[in-house]
Design a protein around this ligand. Structure first.
Ligand code: BG6
Length: 475
């Protein structure tokens, strides 16, 4: 028993959270560059407040992030030292098409990623590439309104076709959209959407979701045509809902809340809209903007595997008076008295990962890939600059144990595990640098000060041992 000898071990990042170099190499501006730290961040990310250019009042951490743009060789060699055989990263769309609607791609951007992939292969690291991780050219937001517009499908198609063609011999594992269900929660961040006063926001989101689903199916077809070896997956922000009590009403509420998460990947995996979503749309007076051929496209181009992020579980209650909440990945959840929480209030629930793996495998019978899991914490270097991050090791150890049980005892087919923010990077939720997930510390603070020096944490050596033993040595 044990994990397969081909199991993928590695780490995950996203372009905007690590690259920096926002105005280098001919790169254009993206929605995600314009998310500042501070109190306005959430209003902007959720499409309630417009921010289409930088101003002097805010700090925009993605501009420099951790400067992976200039440090990628050093960073990838550190990943290799830990023994990674996979590295999840995303493409900054505006490095390839600076405004999004150019005829020709930007060669400098293409070359940057080619060099990154070359560096990975030098060490036997397989790139796992997210085509869009919360990334939309601001040019497309301003001109077309982002993903509310069906025209976005053809711009995204062009991006994907360019990537599949150029990197045909370098990349085999692809994800179409990061956490596609985030269109519901962070529409500007996830899809470049700003709401206009008085518009039907639910209809806008349904349009956005449909356009992304069609785009995802279309590029799944194109990716398979260009290279039949390509494996193309969907990506869910996962985390099961537990009923607050054993009352049937609470359980029903938990099922409904879980379905809000599953709804879009149900389409990507099964090839059609689930009946519960169709009925919900019907009740809400929402129309799906189907055009001719959409249904067949969805049906014929389902994903090869299901990937997901898992940070925490959540709690559902039918009781509208329950108001005690704690934070969690992107949105808050009711407090679970059985669980401790992180410094940011996110519940810590390793068994929830085994539950998630089982729920997804029961639901889809498709191979799974854990592409994000990790512990955001404040790291304080000792007098020698070393970080003893035992809290992070504990979190990861307990989650990996549960992951192994899902594979070894429950028979879940799991391709790999990439822990989130394998090198410290800026937080998507808050923009903070000091919410750290990495095995590698980056000398940079919330104010954008620091040398960008990389320092191995205690967890670096621990993860190296975990990988070398294929998950057998977890202590
Ligand atoms: C996921 C995102 O939702 O959670 C990542 O895909 C993000 O981009 C991660 O960074 C962790 O969230 P946060 O808010 O701690 O950065």
């Amino acid at each position: 028993m044990g994990l397969s000898e081909h199991f993928f071990w590695g780490g995950a990042t996203a372009a905007n959270q690590c690259e920096g170099g926002y105005a280098e190499g001919g790169r254009g501006l993206a929605n995600i560059d314009l998310l500042p730290t501070g109190k306005d961040r959430f209003a902007i990310a959720s499409g309630k407040k417009k921010m289409f250019q930088f101003d002097d009042e805010h700090f925009y951490p993605a501009q420099n992030a951790i400067d992976f743009y200039h440090h990628y060789k050093e960073d990838i060699s550190l990943f290799a030292e830990m023994g990674f055989n996979v590295f999840r990263m995303s493409i900054s769309w505006t490095r390839i098409f600076p405004n999004g609607d150019e005829e020709q791609p930007n060669e400098e951007g293409l070359l940057f990623y080619e060099n990154v992939f070359r560096e990975c292969h030098k060490y036997g690291i397989e790139p796992l590439v997210t085509i869009s991780h919360f990334d939309c050219p601001i040019g497309l937001v301003e001109k077309y309104g982002g993903w509310r517009n069906r025209k976005m499908i053809s711009f995204y198609e062009k991006l994907a076709r360019t990537l599949f063609t150029r990197y045909k011999h370098m990349v085999k594992y692809w994800l179409t959209f990061n956490e596609i269900n985030m269109v519901y929660h962070l529409p500007f961040c996830a899809a470049g959407i700003c709401f206009e006063a008085g518009e039907n926001e639910k209809q806008v989101i349904a349009d956005v979701a449909h356009h992304e689903l069609i785009a995802s199916a279309l590029v799944t077809r194109i990716g398979h045509d260009i290279n039949p070896d390509n494996k193309i997956g969907c990506m869910l922000a996962a985390g099961p809902y537990y009923p607050e009590t054993c009352s049937p009403e609470d359980y029903w509420q938990a099922i409904c809340d879980d379905r809000d998460g599953y709804a879009l990947i149900d389409v990507q995996v099964r090839g059609c809209y689930p009946s519960y979503l169709l009925k919900k749309y019907e009740r809400e007076g929402i129309c799906i903007p189907f055009t001719k051929g959409d249904k067949e496209l969805l049906q014929n181009n389902t994903v090869d595997f299901v990937s997901f992020s898992y940070y925490n579980s959540r709690v559902s209650s039918a009781n509208p008076n329950r108001k005690d909440t704690t934070e969690g990945n992107v949105f808050p959840t009711l407090v679970n008295p059985y669980l401790k929480t992180s410094d940011w209030g996110w519940p810590i629930d390793p068994l929830g990962l085994r539950i998630t793996l089982n729920l997804l495998y029961d639901r889809y019978q498709k191979p799974l890939f854990i592409v994000e899991n990790g512990f955001g914490a404040i790291d304080i270097p000792d007098e020698n600059g070393y970080i003893q991050d035992d809290y992070r090791i504990d979190y990861l150890r307990n989650h990996i144990k549960e992951m192994k049980k899902a594979v070894e005892e429950d028979g879940v087919e799991l391709w790999g595990y990439t822990s989130w923010g394998c090198i410290d990077l800026i937080s998507n939720g808050t923009g903070e640098m000091e919410k750290r997930y990495g095995f590698i510390y980056v000398d940079r603070n919330n104010q954008g000060e620091g040398s960008f020096r990389r320092i191995k944490k205690k967890s670096f050596y621990w993860y190296k041992k975990v990988i070398a033993s294929n998950g057998e040595e977890l202590d």
